[in-house]
Ligand binder design. Structure first.
Ligand SMILES: [Fe+2]
Length: 341
């Protein structure tokens, strides 16, 4: 491996601090609809599925997956929609209800901080902040281009009443801002009943198989570095025999892996590198990313993408340790590689 020197500035450009997140409040067709008009959408890594070209993408390096976020005040609803690729949520703060079906009546499930849900493709889903304060979700979408969202028919009706029109090319026209449909822009018709019928329907019982509670993760820690101090628990992804890591509860192929780290206070990992993308979504505590050339501190809500091949060390805060959710690229990411020091 040829060592490439990474400057402080270069690695810092791969860290998105929670307080620096730039929201889009008009990313989707339902963002003028009362009850949904206060939601904030974030595209942290990759463009995601936002329908507004003004959406700010923090890191535009293709990873093979997208990382986004949603922040909603109490009671705010994200309308029913379906995706063409995997959609996984990690609850960072707040209490959330995920509802299934065209009109959100097929079943629902409630999640709290640290819980994860992977909603299969081609299923209508929506989510509501059912807590009494704003809440934030991390979202991971499969593939570099996750395609377009399919909205439930009622979402088009409501949007029309409030001045938003979606074009077939995925672009949103906000008539309340004086925007008009371009000459060749074709409005997206409300999703036809035939298409709705093609989608899969799931019950509340079935969706429990797509949820991992934070407490379940405490029962399956693996010391991936072969020493106490950092344990990793599988959530999404297949078994890795080299790491002695079982498959996650969501073991079907997503195009990425998701695991949770629990790091003891003051623990420093061995120096190591990886051959695939590694994204840290910080949940609790603090963690420093250290490399030959600098270091960066991560706090709750921050997202860092570690450069492929860069020798690194993670060091947790002395007082509180750290809990982080880690996304790695590909269906079979390899084991960590020891770095010579
Ligand atoms: Fe979604």
């Amino acid at each position: 491996m040829v060592a490439i020197r990474w400057t402080q500035e270069e690695v810092a450009s791969r860290l998105v601090k929670y307080q620096d997140l730039q929201p889009c409040t008009t990313a989707f067709i339902d963002t003028h609809t009362p009850g949904s008009d206060q939601k904030e959408n974030f595209t942290i890594i990759g463009p995601g599925v936002a329908e507004n070209p003004d959406q700010y993408v923090h890191i535009d390096i293709p990873h093979g997956f997208n990382i986004g976020g949603a922040r909603q005040p109490a009671g705010c609803v994200n309308s029913q929609h379906s995706h063409e690729t995997a959609e996984v949520f990690v609850v960072h703060t707040g209490r959330w209800k995920f509802s299934l079906g065209e009109t959100a009546t097929d079943g629902d499930i409630e999640l709290g901080p640290g819980d994860t849900i992977s909603i299969p493709i081609h299923v209508f889903r929506g989510f509501t902040n059912i807590g009494d304060s704003p809440g934030f979700l991390f979202a991971v979408l499969g593939e570099d281009d996750p395609g377009q969202v399919t909205w439930a028919p009622y979402v088009f009706e409501e949007a029309k009443k409030h001045g938003l029109m979606l074009l077939k090319n995925g672009r949103l026209i906000d008539t309340t801002k004086g925007e008009t449909r371009p000459p060749h822009g074709i409005p997206m018709p409300a999703t036809p009943a035939g298409d709705v019928k093609q989608l899969r329907r799931m019950t509340a019982d079935e969706i429990t198989e797509c949820v991992v509670r934070e407490v379940e993760l405490d029962e399956m820690p693996v010391n991936v570095f072969g020493e106490d101090g950092l344990s990793e628990s599988a959530i999404v992804g297949v078994e890795n025999a080299d790491e002695k890591m079982p498959g996650g509860k969501m073991s079907w192929l997503h195009g990425f892996h998701l695991r949770r780290w629990t790091v003891s206070p003051g623990y420093a990992t061995p120096w190591h590198w990886r051959n695939e993308a590694e994204v840290i979504m910080m949940h609790r505590g603090s963690l420093r990313f250290v490399w030959d050339g600098g270091e960066l501190e991560m706090r709750p809500g921050d997202v860092l993408t570690a450069p492929i091949g860069l020798a690194r060390q993670y060091v947790s805060g002395d007082d509180e340790g750290a809990i982080a959710y880690v996304v790695r690229g590909g269906d079979s990411p390899g084991q960590f590689r020891e770095a010579a020091r």
